[in-house]
Design a protein around this ligand. Sequence first.
Ligand code: FAD
Ligand code: FES
Length: 380
Amino acid sequence: MVNVFSIPAFSLAGVSGFLVPALSIASLATFLAVLILIAERYLMDYGEVDLQVNDKTFKVKGGNTLLNTLKEQKVFIPSACGGRATCAYCKVKALSGFPEILPTETPLLTKEEIKDNVRLSCQIKVKTASAIQIPEELFNIREYTATCESIVDLTYDIRLFRFQLIEPPHIEYKAGQYIQFQSPEYGDVSESVYRAYSMCGDCKDKDQIELMVRRVPEGIATTYMFDHLRVGEQVVFTGPFGDFYLRDTDRRMICVAGGSGMAPIRSIMLDMTSEQIEKRKPIFFFGARAKRDLFMVDEWREMEERNKGLTFVPALSSPEPDDDWDGETGRVTEVIPRYVEDLSDCEGYLCGSPGLLNACVDLLISLGIPEERIYYDKFE
Ligand SMILES: Cc1cc2nc3c(=O)[nH]c(=O)nc-3n(C[C@H](O)[C@H](O)[C@H](O)COP(=O)(O)OP(=O)(O)OC[C@H]3O[C@@H](n4cnc5c(N)ncnc54)[C@H](O)[C@@H]3O)c2cc1C
Ligand code: FES
């Protein structure tokens, strides 16, 4: 074995004499890794294997990720990041048939989950007979086809999409839940990906869904939805997913959102308004930079008329000189304490970017809401 510490130090020839073989070994290792990946993708045939999911057994083609294998069997696991190992939504309990935990999984699993054999289904592959356990309600998730019925600009970078369901023709969901929209291959994008979007319409309209989507520069799904999807075209989505919905209590509600994070709060509030739930006295703080980032203000004012318990507080953090704004200014974290003091009897419902959410969760805790009563969806 070569002892690297015994290599004579720092002559140029010595360093290059060490570096060249080291680099060659690294290149060889990379080359072999790529070769193994290619071989696995195109040459390895694992044949048909049994995949047991709770008490059901599926005959599946081996070699694909567990997430995609399940999708082919019409079993839909939440997967907001599209398999990039960043969202941690796709956890399942592995009972048998999977190798050791992968380095891509460990950052997203707690010690208890690792001990309990929880795995990321987007990372592990089904190669032999395997068994997993999933929450029984995931069998109720369906795949839907729908027609894009309308596309409306809400701001320069947020649009409202309405989809009329084709098959199945109805969807049952709780206000606040989300679907996974399938962005198909288009232009130079040669992969079809799934992305999470919260439904923002009234959950009693069971034959349609509405989505409020912000354009992400270079984003795969949002570029498709903004630049390629046309009214009249057909789309595919799965759902409903998620546990961001109204808890059945009498507590006051503090709601906070920014940008398209308004989506699930709107759905919850439309439902509460039509159910005439006023006793919860929700205050909705909506943060935007300038007036051009504000939208649906008239709709919220009209909803305040119909739901006497509701207060809508839009706040601009950086109003433009010609915005002519006489409403609240400052970040929502500065505005909330102007309206409320002790929140110990409240529940928090938050939605939007990770930066906004982290700051607001800390604030609400400092104002007295116990952490377990703060519900949120982070749009990562
Ligand atoms: C539960 C939930 C609900 C959501 N609801 C909504 C909603 O109602 N409305 C809404 O607008 N959004 C919502 N989102 C966010 C949404 O799911 C998408 O993340 C967002 O629309 C971006 O998708 P995209 O495909 O356009 O961008 P992506 O292609 O995912 O790209 C996002 C960013 O990552 C970068 N990127 C792309 N590929 C990679 C890579 N391989 N590695 C690293 N970075 C990369 C891109 O450059 C871009 O900046 C929700 C998210 C969650 C988790
Ligand atoms: S799909 Fe996001 S971590 Fe697996």
